[in-house]
Design a protein around this ligand. Structure first.
Ligand code: ADP
Ligand code: MG
Length: 433
């Protein structure tokens, strides 16, 4: 999401004191002047202050959160302060780092001999046999360019008829994305690009190249992807929740794999920011379908069992993407984050993780969208703030069932450990008897 950065000068950061709290006032600060945010704060009777004031809850842009946590800022949060990002969220939300972390996670599990990292042989359409992870093959084969160019060429040659998608690491909303089906096209692009491939290119100018999922599940002949919201309140132990009201985002033009349509982004990219410029964009439904309706559609057309499996597979994918970054995340107890997951489902009903956004759009394109986003923010607040309504970083972060609202628990390693201790304790009791 494009963000306007309000720079906070480190020198003017005032050390927060709990004085406002003593007066019984919870204060909030927001970089995003959106009514879904403001109205949720106001409903709680919280008082708006500026970033240099004594805030308890800050809905910040990612850059401002990073500034606050930078050593130069000299800012130290007190126990009654919370912020909506982890300082190094980019480990999950930058396309190249996400892939790097997942690859490392799989390698580590493999080295440990963990059954999760079991592999299987896959026969490609070219007849070539490649080895793939049986349980952790949830991101399309991806390389970072220019760094992994040689590895990419090796993979490309295994199935030269495949299509690949090039995505700039530093951009979003479909910007700078294109498809290629020939190595020569990539070489041509590299020669003509303003930033030619150079081994010393900074991360900002690098790209990921991913195998294009060319067999997406279609509804009404159109490609779509899913936007799911995942709230993380801690990475170590991992505590994550999935919002029930995700949605599908549809292309406006029928899916067509012919080469002549390769450059037609209305066929291939599901971003609303791309599709809303198309002539066929419908502003009433905004090219969106609720996840509930998608579920009904799937149950009706493919059956209940496979639908259940698809949803379970998506939860699996989310949990393992989070586990992959958990060891490298700065697990600051003042932080929480709501991620926007982009998932494509192929026509075999296998979900693929395409990317994770740290600032999913809170823009409402339709009436339903507005309701959904208001509820999302409301439920986020009630999960991350302790039952007494006062932000507290020392809280054990175990929300009540009512506080979860429309979030479902994906994983809580804290609770899992407690349950494990309980069962072990019960066994011990039984042995003693
Ligand atoms: N590997 C892929 N296979 C098929 N479609 C893809 C793939 N990667 C991305 N897309 C399409 O492109 C869109 C934009 O890609 P994404 O990685 O989400 O970048 P952005 O940050 O620009 O949104 C996705 O929403 C999806 O529709
Ligand atoms: Mg995206």
């Amino acid at each position: 999401m494009a963000q306007e950065i309000k720079r906070i000068s480190p020198s003017i950061h005032r050390k927060p004191s709990p004085s406002n709290m003593e007066k019984g006032k919870v204060t909030y600060c927001t970089d995003l002047e959106k009514s879904v945010i403001i109205s949720n704060f106001e409903r709680r009777g919280w008082v708006q202050v500026g970033p240099e004031d004594e805030w308890n809850f800050y809905w910040s842009f990612t850059q401002n959160c990073r500034n606050i946590f930078s050593i130069e800022s000299g800012y130290r949060m007190n126990d009654n302060q919370m912020i909506n990002h982890f300082p190094n969220h980019y480990e999950l939300s930058r396309k190249d780092l996400l892939v790097k972390n997942i690859k490392r996670y799989r390698k580590e599990l493999e080295r440990e001999g963990n059954p999760l990292a079991e592999k299987t042989d896959l026969v490609l359409p070219s007849g070539q046999v490649v080895s793939r992870y049986l349980h952790l093959d949830f991101i399309p084969v991806t390389y970072v360019l220019p760094a992994d160019y040689n590895m990419f060429v090796e993979e490309y040659r295994k199935s030269p008829q495949s299509t690949w998608i090039m995505k700039p690491c530093g951009k979003s909303q479909g910007a700078g994305i294109f498809l290629i089906n020939k190595l020569s096209k990539l070489k041509k692009w590299s020669r003509e690009a303003k930033t030619p491939f150079h081994p010393q290119l900074s991360n900002k100018e690098s790209y990921v190249i991913s195998r294009y999922i060319d067999n997406p599940l279609l509804i009404g002949g159109k490609k779509f992807d899913l936007r799911l919201y995942v709230l993380v309140t801690s990475f170590r132990p991992l505590k994550a929740y999935l919002f029930r009201h995700g949605f599908c985002r549809f292309c406006t033009v029928k899916y067509d794999t012919s080469v002549t349509e390769l450059d037609n982004m209305y066929v291939h990219l599901t971003n609303v920011s791309v599709q809303k410029h198309g002539g066929d964009y419908n502003s009433l439904h905004g090219g969106k379908m609720s996840i509930q309706n998608f579920r009904f559609y799937l149950e009706g057309t493919r059956g209940r069992a496979v639908t259940e499996k698809l949803f379970a597979d998506m939860q699996w994918l989310i949990v393992h993407s989070l586990k992959a970054v958990a060891p490298v995340m700065a697990n600051d107890r003042h932080c929480f984050e709501c991620y926007g997951y982009d998932i494509i489902i192929d026509n075999t009903l296998k979900p693929w993780l395409v990317e994770v956004n740290a600032s999913p759009s809170l823009q409402s394109t339709t009436h339903n969208d507005r309701i959904l986003k208001y509820k999302l923010i409301d439920n986020i607040f009630s999960v991350v703030v302790p039952p007494d309504g006062i932000p507290d970083a020392r809280w054990n972060k175990i929300p009540t069932t009512e506080a979860l609202g429309d979030f479902d628990l994906l994983i809580d390693e804290d609770l899992m450990e407690k349950e494990d201790m309980n069962t072990r304790f019960c066994k011990f009791q039984r042995v003693k008897q």
